[in-house]
Design a binder for this molecule. Structure first.
Ligand code: G3I
Length: 375
């Protein structure tokens, strides 16, 4: 089975190479069977873009992105520390290019993210008064969301405001403004970008306690008259330990609140880790070689486990396609995933559907297969 697929893949790539008249056909995995085409009647298929990808520096990766995905999220360049480095200075250079990229390629554009406790510019972390922080929020959200009001289709308005037990994180926003900051953030975003969808986004919010906290947060916004259109379940999971049942319960629970559900940062990592989630503040000791076991390639058992998990996930997403509007992967190929650098830097990780040469992995074919079986 595997050998057959590999042969078909090589044949396809040769065909594409001939058809395009260049050597960059690697981007067109499975001719005629791209993710965005296969799932076009079900949900958007997105990816997060790094600065290099926005700048189209690698032809093979660029081709892959344009063929496979119809939604893009800014992986880093719209975060406050980059787009708003000083109190009275914004840097829109990369964000403008990101938005143009999405528009040129007719993609759904997701802005990430307006209010997040992490990656804040130093001038914000030095703020000590509620008034100044409120002013920052007004200025930041008004300017950033306002600039892209006609271009960005949806904003992660608030990112990762919850602790694992469902309580609110003691971020600078919560500490100085209390839970009102959540309501203010959504109201400011709506004023600045009235036609954009507005989302709350978090990791581990499929886990029971955090899910309850997330539901309470959403209800608070709704009761306060703040518009919220969707909730993002990030989806940073581990191959072999994907919490399918909790994911299904969460999709149902969030949809029952009248919200669109999105899987916003999907990857299935394969390396050892002693905690779950994606808290960028947490790291592990880099010295232990057992933490980086697959430098020379991924064993077939692990590859198959990951493929099977991706297959089950997409079967679940298809089952709930009436509730899910978008599935976005956090990166394009294994080589550039953030999981090569976190929670241990310099590891060799394999979390996505495409390998380091932009070739489709077993998981890609299994994901495509879920759609065929559902027809
Ligand atoms: O651009 C600089 C480069 O100039 C410098 O040489 C290098 C040295 O470390 O750092 C580079 O910046 C890094 C940046 O990624 C771009 O690669 C930052 O250090 C690094 O902290 C940053 O990590 C990002 C992380 O968020 C923190 O912002 C990851 O790429 C990004 O994938 C990750 O994304 C988050 C989501 O926003 C929210 N949910 C969790 C998710 C994963 O942590």
């Amino acid at each position: 089975m595997k050998t057959d697929r590999r042969l078909i893949q090589l044949f396809t790539l040769a065909l594409v190479g001939v058809a395009t008249g260049c050597g960059t056909g690697l981007g067109q995995a499975g001719l005629g069977e791209t993710l965005k085409q296969v799932f076009q009647d079900n949900f958007l298929i997105g990816t997060a873009l790094s600065l290099d990808q926005i700048n189209e520096t690698d032809a093979s990766t660029d081709s892959l992105i344009k063929h496979q995905f119809n939604a893009v999220t800014a992986e880093n360049i719209m975060k406050a520390e980059i787009i708003h480095p000083e109190w009275d200075r914004f840097d829109f250079d990369a964000a403008d290019r990101f938005v143009h990229y999405g528009r040129r390629n007719d993609m759904h554009i997701v802005g990430h993210t307006l209010i997040w406790h992490s990656q804040l510019p130093p001038f914000v972390t030095r703020i000590t008064s509620a008034d100044s922080l409120r002013q920052f929020m007004q200025h930041h959200i008004g300017t950033v969301a306002g600039r892209y009001a006609d271009a960005v289709d949806g904003w992660d308005v608030v990112n990762e405001a919850l602790n694992e037990d469902g309580s609110l994180r003691q971020s600078i926003f919560y500490n100085l403004l209390g839970e009102q900051y959540l309501i203010d953030a959504f109201k400011l975003a709506e004023q600045a970008a009235p036609s954009a969808e507005l989302y709350y986004n978090d990791y581990n919010n499929e886990q029971p306690a955090k899910r309850e906290g997330c539901i309470a947060l959403i209800k608070k916004l709704q009761e306060a008259g703040a518009r919220i259109d969707g909730v993002g379940i990030q989806g940073h999971w581990h191959a072999g330990r994907v919490p399918f049942e909790e994911i299904e319960k969460s999709i149902e629970a969030y949809a029952a609140l009248g919200l669109k559900v999105m899987i916003t940062e999907l990857d299935l990592e394969v390396l050892p880790r002693n905690f779950q989630g994606a808290d960028v503040g947490r790291r592990m000791d880099a010295k232990d070689p057992e933490l980086n076991p697959y430098v020379n390639g991924l064993p077939d058992t692990v590859l198959q486990q990951q493929a099977s998990d991706y297959e089950k996930l997409f079967s679940l997403f298809l089952k709930h396609q009436d509730k899910i509007s978008r599935v976005t992967f956090w990166g394009v190929n294994d080589g550039q995933s953030w999981l090569n650098y976190w929670p241990v830097s310099g590891r060799t990780n394999y979390p996505l559907l495409f390998d380091r040469n932009n070739l489709p992995k077993e998981a890609f074919y299994r994901v495509i297969g879920t759609k065929k079986r559902s027809d």
